[in-house]
Design a protein around this ligand. Structure first.
Ligand SMILES: C[S@@+](CC[C@H](N)C(=O)[O-])C[C@H]1O[C@@H](n2cnc3c(N)ncnc32)[C@H](O)[C@@H]1O
Length: 400
């Protein structure tokens, strides 16, 4: 991988995918054509679904080949094909590879047109190439609410107090004998120790009703991290008592923000909507693509994988994934690379894309990623699957 953040290849992904080295990609995000437009929108739904699955199966099989053993794939899908895609993914990646079916709320108000429900979400199916080796971290620093850390130490570091006592009654001196022991603390200085010292009072873990409890930390852990504990006087229904608390820091020692597990419902307020996605595209190159995805959606996906991830989107459309990779690299100093593949599918006659001189969707992909390279940085390498050497050929154009 070079220093370039983005590469675009024009071609049918079924031709391009086999030219990529096996295991050379860490993360795949795709948003395949749904079963609503041509050429899959048959009146006979069964045939339509069958044709869609037949189109997708060999592409997903080829995608699995290029995915590293530690890698993962995210696929956007709406209600039309969610059930068929789930079974197809189970088939290609194995049921054990299933990680999540995320509900993505891309249209907060819901579609008010037509009959029936106002659909306000679609899905993201997430599968691991090998669930035992997958490096996906299903958490994010974004979803941590700083307001949950109301205290500040003299160095300005935010934290909150958590009882050192295990508040879960399943853990008690019978079930966790070694965690029931006395410690010594001084509420004046806050100091906590596993051995007695001058001015310290002996503290044993007890539940609110006074019955014996256990600590969450072992003796050696308390000895190793005395600075992360504090002794305080607390006022409860049974009067005042002296207790021990963990200082739970907002940022860890290495300066990295703490992370919180991602829920399986992603809200438009957090990741953007179809409307904000159109606005992002419009701002860069114009309203030249009908339903792009918001970069916020892809950025949240990127944040689950390492900062040097090799990313692939083989239904690239307007190039949202490449845009998101550039934004993420620019923000966190990452060295992700994104390969975007799109066919030379003609844009609709009379569409904004045609009026802007973009004859094919691949032209749209390139136009956006050129603008991204100029605006955000990271350069752009452009290749054509049909050019000598195919997808592995030298860049035909380089933008810094
Ligand atoms: C739903 S769009 C992707 C939109 C994209 N996520 C975005 O945010 O702009 C699907 C794209 O797949 C492309 N496509 C369809 N069949 C393809 C194929 N066989 N090879 C490459 N691209 C294909 C279409 O041209 C279309 O741009």
């Amino acid at each position: 991988m070079g220093v370039t953040w983005n590469t675009v290849v024009e071609g049918d992904n079924l031709d391009v995918l086999p030219t990529l080295a096996p295991g050379s990609v860490d993360l795949i995000y795709i948003d395949p054509p749904y079963n609503t437009g041509n050429p899959f929108a048959y009146h006979d739904d069964f045939r339509g679904h069958g044709a869609w699955v037949a189109m997708m199966r060999p592409r997903l099989q080829a995608a699995r080949e290029v995915l590293a053993e530690t890698g993962a794939i995210f696929v956007s899908i709406d209600d039309n094909e969610a059930a068929h895609l789930r079974l197809l993914m189970d088939d290609v990646f194995g049921e054990a590879g299933f990680l999540a079916q995320v509900v993505v709320n891309l249209n907060a108000k819901g579609r008010q047109l037509g009959k029936g429900f106002a659909t306000s979400h679609e899905y993201l199916l997430v599968y691991a190439r090998d669930p035992r080796r997958c490096v996906l971290d299903a958490s994010s620093s974004e979803t941590v609410d700083e307001r949950d850390f109301p205290l500040t130490d003299p160095q300005g570091r935010r934290f909150r107090h958590l009882p050192l006592r295990n508040t879960n009654k399943k853990f008690n001196p019978v079930t966790a004998r070694t965690l029931h022991f006395a410690v010594w603390g001084d509420p004046e200085s806050g100091r906590v120790s596993t051995t007695p010292y001058d001015g310290a009072v002996e503290i044993s873990p007890v539940f609110g009703d006074g019955t014996p409890a256990v600590w969450r930390w072992s003796r050696p852990k308390i000895d190793a991290q005395p600075g992360d504990l504090v002794c305080r006087v607390v006022r409860g229904t049974r009067g005042e008592r002296v207790d021990v608390f963990q200082k739970d820091w907002l940022y860890r020692d290495d300066g990295r923000g703490r992370r919180k597990k991602l829920r399986t419902i992603w809200l438009a307020a957090e990741i953007g909507s179809t409307d904000t996605a159109v606005a992002e595209l419009k701002e860069l190159v114009g309203h030249v693509f009908e339903s792009p995805k918001p970069t916020g959606l892809v950025r949240r996906i990127l944040a689950t994988m390492p900062e040097d991830a090799r990313v692939l989107d083989f239904f690239a459309g307007s190039g949202t994934t490449g845009h998101a990779v550039a934004l993420q690299n620019a923000e966190d100093g990452g060295t992700r690379h994104c390969l975007s593949i799109n066919s030379a599918e003609p844009t609709r006659p009379g569409s904004n894309a045609q009026l802007a001189g973009l004859a094919t969707v691949a032209d749209v992909t390139r136009a956006r990623l050129r603008a991204v390279a100029e605006r955000v940085g990271g350069g752009l390498e452009e290749r054509s699957a049909g050019s000598p050497g195919g997808a592995g050929s030298e860049p035909v154009e380089q933008q810094a």
